[in-house]
Design a protein around this ligand. Structure first.
Ligand SMILES: [Cu+2]
Length: 200
C-alpha cells in the first residue's frame, strides 16, 4: 500500500539562520536567538542547512559549550555569508553550539519517519496511540474544568440570591415604617372621635 503524503516531504529539510550580531557579544542566548529557529525537527535522512548571516565566522558543532564537541557533526569555522549543511541519519536530539561563541546554542531533533516502503511489522512504523491513561487524564481534566465552571456559576447565583435578599429586607423595613405611620394616623382619628363623644 502506498500512501502519498506531501506532509512528509516538508520534514526533510530545515534552514537555520545565524543572525547578525550573534558573534559580537553574548545576549542572543536570551530568548534563544543565536541560531534561528533555536530548535528544528526533521525526519531521519533529512538535511539541515545553516546560513551565516553574521559578519564574523561561526561554527555549528554538535555537543555543548560545557561538555565539548560530541562528534556527531561539526562545520568547523565557516565564514560570513557561507552555509553549512548536514544530513542526519540517526534518530535523536542533537544539541549544538558555536566553538568561538560558547553562548550560541541550538537543537536539532531527528524523528522517525513513517516510511510506507518498509515492512509493516517494522518497529519504525510504530505510531504512538493515546493510551488509556492519557484518555483518563483528559477525562479528569474535562471534569475539573466542568466543576470549575459549575462552581463559578454557583458563586454567581449565590451572589444574586444574597442581593435579592437584601432588597427584600429593605422593602420589608419600608413597609413596616409605612404601616406604623398609618397606624398612628388611625389612632389619632379614634382619639378625636372619642374626645368628641365624651364632650357631649
Ligand atoms: Cu559563533
Amino acid at each position: 500500500m502506498v500512501l502519498a503524503s506531501p506532509a512528509f516531504a516538508d520534514h526533510e529539510t530545515e534552514k537555520v539562520s545565524i543572525p547578525l550580531g550573534t558573534g559580537t557579544a553574548p545576549g542572543c542566548e536570551e530568548g534563544n536567538k543565536c541560531y534561528i529557529p533555536y530548535e528544528v525537527t526533521i525526519d531521519v535522512g533529512g538535511e539541515v542547512t545553516w546560513s551565516n548571516n553574521d559578519i564574523v565566522a561561526h561554527s555549528v558543532t554538535s555537543g555543548s559549550a560545557s561538555d565539548g564537541p560530541s562528534g556527531v557533526f561539526d562545520s568547523s569555522l565557516f565564514m560570513a555569508g557561507a552555509t553549512f549543511s548536514h544530513k542526519f541519519e540517526e534518530v535523536g536530539t542533537f544539541n549544538y553550539f558555536c566553538m568561538v561563541h560558547p553562548w550560541m546554542e541550538g537543537v536539532v531533533v531527528i524523528k522517525d519517519k513513517y516510511d510506507n516502503n518498509r515492512d509493516d511489522d517494522r518497529e519504525d512504523n510504530y505510531i504512538p496511540q493515546p493510551t488509556p491513561v492519557d484518555d483518563e487524564i483528559r477525562e479528569l481534566k474535562n471534569e475539573i474544568s466542568q466543576l470549575k465552571s459549575e462552581n463559578a456559576q454557583l458563586k454567581a447565583d449565590n451572589r444574586k440570591l444574597s442581593n435579592n435578599n437584601n432588597i427584600l429586607k429593605q422593602q420589608l423595613e419600608e413597609l413596616q415604617i409605612e404601616f406604623d405611620k398609618q397606624y398612628q394616623i388611625v389612632l389619632e382619628q379614634i382619639k378625636v372621635i372619642y374626645d368628641f363623644i365624651l364632650s357631649k
